[in-house]
Design a protein around this ligand. Sequence first.
Ligand code: BES
Ligand code: ZN
Length: 635
Amino acid sequence: MKKLSLTLLAASLAACATPQPQVATTPVPAPATAAPTTALVPLERDVHSYARPNEARVTHVALDLATDFAAKTLTGTATLTVARAPNAREIVLDTKGLEILGVTDGGGAPLRHATGAGDPILGAPLTVQLPTTSDRVVIRYRTSPDAGALQWLTPAQTAGKQHPYLFSQGQAILTRTWIPTQDSPGIRQTYEARVTVPAELRAVMSAEQLTPDGEPAAGGRAFRFRLDQAIPPYLIAIAVGDIAFRPLGPRSGVYAEPSVVDSAAREFVDVERMIDAAESLYGPYRWGRYDILVLPPSFPFGGMENPRLTFATPTILAGDRSLVSLIAHELAHSWSGNLVTNATWSDFWLNEGFTTYIENRIMEALYGRDIAVMLQQLERTELESEIAGFGTDTGETVLHIDLAGRDPDEGMTNIAYDKGSAFLRMLEHAVGRERFDTYLRSYFDRHAFQPITTSQFLADMKANLLGGDEARYAALQVNRWVFGAGLPSNAPVPASDRFARVEAQARAFVRGTPPARLDTTGWVTQEWQHFIGSLPDTMTLRQMGDLDQQFRFTQSGNSEVLFAWLRKAIASRYAPAMPALERFLTTQGRRKFLVPLYQDLMKADWGRQVARRIYATARPLYHPVSTGSIDQIVK
Ligand code: BES
Ligand code: ZN
């Protein structure tokens, strides 16, 4: 009796120390020669994966890949460790565009396998007969030159112009275009990799670096990596290029091309303090190091929370640290998303809504309440325009979104971020900050290294935050928040005094006060963003010119300010900003900036011509994620 409980205790302690994939520790008795079988903790059905993880589940991925920049391919092997239910005979993997060159067991004996019919969104299932005497499946394969997760940049597309560059972007369902595994966010896997690259380049991954300087290998240099924490496959990430490093703090640093790395290090001086702030709110940072990789300008997102190594756009290098909330956001994912993960893409708001809320808490801890409330109000403005754009008679403004038959990318709108964070802020106000913080911290501890569904979260919240009080739960309109359209009546209203003053200055300008006489003393980036956002949709050329002469918006080196200004410039057909618009559209590839600007241009005849001309030259510079969206807009 005593012995049994000690064993159980030891097992649960071990599980805490080294997060492992969700497989129970009790082996099911099996003949000595057969592969071990395991009781698999059941997982939610994910409509965006072919995997049947309740039968057989990948628990570890070992990659050995060579990069070929001329052919734009990765070639090599993925050795999968598989946990299986007692009667499982085969495992189903996700693939998209992969050329499968052979499948064997760990000893090199061929395994029967077949690729099923393909789907334009999901790719194709690869079904492999499981080996009877081991738990290893070795897949030899090659990626396609147009693998959706990989962007192969020519030297001209980099900052240094000397060397090519490769980076991956797995979220949501693109990892299957470079790794044959079970590509579902609920199926956590540890991983290791050996990557061979041209001798003058360096590889980095979302993992511990075992060989920071690489080691000589046939055809170049090899870099080895290992991640002991089990993660969803969308977080496996790689970049290869001419990449330098600068330390930021004891457990943080920044990677970027040599010509960018020093300005990046200056921009991100506060990162170590951000980690400390997040830890004091939500418990230990469980990933060891936190580094940032600043990518070449075609990176299609602002940031991507790859574990241990956030990927970030260079457009946040404003020179004055004014756009670092993006780093707070990606860091926050180390709890919401990477530690506790949306079980399916319909639960995406659990990743992004929580992260947007936590991002704001980190910003408040570092820079104070004023900045935090201004950021909340910018979020709210964005949310209202998003809801207005969709209308409330569609399902698009619902947090738990129905994505059956659709590309999950389509459900990844601002709603998940901004309505999600507003929901959490409403809960915070309802129960008080102290109780809410205690709850969130316990939530991350209790669900660490596990997937979570929306209904699991709601049950957890009802029980552990509201003490099971059904009436309270109903009064907070929880179901309306999560399953209903639009914004419920108890949405908190952020009110920033500083923004109220900004709006007063915008009104004064509209009434005729010359820009030189507006009171803009001490304004920070967020106030300038809000000022531009508060101006009328279209203005006269005189108004635009007066503002520009005084505030130099067209020359702004701040991407958010410039973006807000360029939208006004298009709406007012303000010609002096057109060269800056063209430069902005051809020197960075962040989808969040590109899509609205092309949409704005396409609203008028003159703009359509400009959009088509610029897109014709810029398109080859953009990432497939961005062209996928802009192709629908510029026709
Ligand atoms: N995880 C997202 C990026 C993402 C979402 C990639 C969906 C693929 C599919 C990341 O954390 C993110 O939200 N990035 C934002 C920045 C953030 C400050 C709102 C972005 O890229 O704009
Ligand atoms: Zn995010």
